[in-house]
Design a binder for this molecule. Structure first.
Ligand code: HEC
Ligand code: HEC
Length: 414
């Protein structure tokens, strides 16, 4: 489709807001070592996890040279598991597990509705306004107010504040902590250790500081939380996970819509989801996308128009960005996402492309939990793809109601 090429640079600035790239590589030896060891052995709440522990024990090679290392790693993970589930460091009573529950690695409105009113969830950043006493937002959307500092070149129009509170959903720590180097919706945490430290300070308001050993332990524990056997194989052996195999004609059509990214088939626009949900973890842009759109393969931050369509009803705020050439760009959005990390307006409302693996268990979806379930998720994508076709005039992007049902049928296999 050579006729489309000219329009992409124009479109890109508007549609595919890209940012720094992170190549999705097979995990290194360190990652494999950690994950190969037992999971939540002293917790043992989760039957899947116990099964995995047993598998791990069967797989253990009993090489004496490694026994000390193995024991140290097991101690580290056991300590991390305890910290994750129990430790409050003299804070407000919350543990990591208050928000990252053992069943899903995240928390949803139904789980929140079952909590007693005096649960430590209900305070601080769960309130409608920070520290307030009403909790409608968290009860409806399970979002928490996250405080993000503004970069030097960005200010909020009409305010001297140097940080902003943004309501964000809780990403699951299952599968991602072990397999995804990009942490947080805007990628602002460089390591699991720093992330944990800031989570304890921010969400749990701790008064005693964790040690480096504690931080390593909680990181190592999270890296054992892989719930999908195929992903364990990927982590341990580098074996690329195969996409779920469609069983019905409808699922086959859904898979085609999702994945068919081969420009050689004469229609480069086919396979609309994989443009962004590619690579082994389905969380990075693909070579096909680079060929068609010029976006570097492995790009991890992009806009799926969730903020642009103002889904989730957040309050739009106007940001004034001073560019390197001293020009000023004004951006109005409910959540600037990656832009507050890079200071670059091209990243406005760009978010981490999350993995699709295991997503069935972790509704609601998107950075602000604006899609309550797969139906609402796909309503958004239909609106998005039809906007691309009808408003931006790019033929071949649209999604019919039938397409939507096909994709839903296929998505239920992940
Ligand atoms: C009050 C709820 C809450 C508590 C308690 C909490 N988190 Fe989180 N966690 C969140 C939210 C919300 C985000 C997303 C923030 C963002 O992206 O801006 C998050 C993000 C994360 C991520 C990034 C996951 C990804 O896929 O990017 C990790 C890892 C994580 N938390 C681990 C922890 C650990 C470890 C603790 C305990 C030290 C903890 N969390 C405590 C709410 C919580
Ligand atoms: C332009 C790139 C792009 C395309 C195309 C795209 N996605 Fe996404 N997807 C994203 C981004 C970015 C997010 C996070 C957006 C946010 O939270 O604001 C996301 C979020 C999701 C989530 C939510 C995961 C979670 O844990 O919250 C699912 C599921 C998903 N996409 C499925 C799909 C499907 C199915 C398609 C095809 C119909 C698709 N995506 C097409 C970039 C894309």
């Amino acid at each position: 489709m050579p006729g489309l090429r000219w329009i992409f640079p124009v479109l890109l600035a508007f549609l595919f807001v890209t940012s720094s790239t992170a190549t999705v590589a097979a995990p290194d030896g360190d990652g494999r070592d950690r994950s190969g060891r037992s999971g939540d052995r002293d917790g043992g709440r989760d039957r899947d996890r116990d099964d995995r522990d047993r598998d791990d024990r069967d797989d253990d090679d009993h090489d004496d040279d490694h026994d000390d290392d193995d024991d140290e790693m097991e101690d580290l993970i056991r300590h991390g598991s305890r910290l994750f589930r129990r430790e409050t460091f003299g804070g407000n009573g919350r543990t990591c597990q208050s928000c990252h529950t053992s069943s899903t690695g995240t928390i949803n409105p139904l789980q929140i509705s079952l909590l007693p009113v005096d649960d430590p969830i209900f305070q601080h950043d769960a309130a409608d306004t920070l520290g307030g006493s009403t909790f409608n937002r968290v009860q409806q959307n399970a979002t928490f107010l996250v405080n993000v500092a503004l970069p030097e070149n960005i200010r909020i129009v009409g305010s001297d504040d140097r940080s902003v509170l943004l309501p964000r959903g809780v990403p699951t720590i299952h599968n991602t902590a072990a397999l995804d180097p990009v942490l947080m919706w805007d990628g602002r945490a460089p390591t699991l250790q720093i992330q944990a430290f800031e989570a304890w300070l921010g969400h749990s308001q701790i008064t005693e500081l964790p040690t480096d050993y504690d931080l390593d332990a909680v990181a190592a524990f999270q890296q054992t939380q892989v719930t999908i056997p195929q992903l364990r194989k990927f982590l341990e052996e580098g074996r690329t996970p195969k996409l779920p195999r469609p069983r019905t004609a409808q699922q086959r059509r859904g898979m085609l819509f999702f994945t068919d990214d081969n420009p050689a088939n004469g229609n480069p626009i086919k396979g609309r989801c994989v443009h962004c949900h590619g690579g082994p973890m389905l969380n990075a842009t693909t070579p096909g996308t680079e060929m068609i759109f010029g976006i570097p393969t492995g790009t991890r931050f992009i806009s799926a128009f969730v903020s642009e369509f103002e889904l989730g009803g957040g309050t739009p705020i106007t940001y004034e960005v001073t560019n390197p050439d001293s020009s000023v760009t004004e951006i109005t959005t409910t959540d600037p996402g990656r832009m507050l990390i890079t200071g670059d307006p091209i990243d406005a409302s760009a978010f981490k492309i999350p993995t699709i693996w295991g997503f069935r268990n972790t509704a609601p979806y998107f950075h602000n939990n604006s899609a309550a379930n797969i139906d609402e998720l796909m309503d958004h994508y239909q609106e998005y793809f039809n906007f691309v076709e009808n408003v931006l005039g790019i033929q071949g992007f649209g999604m019919t109601d039938a397409d939507k049902e096909d994709i839903k049928a296929y998505l239920r296999l992940f």
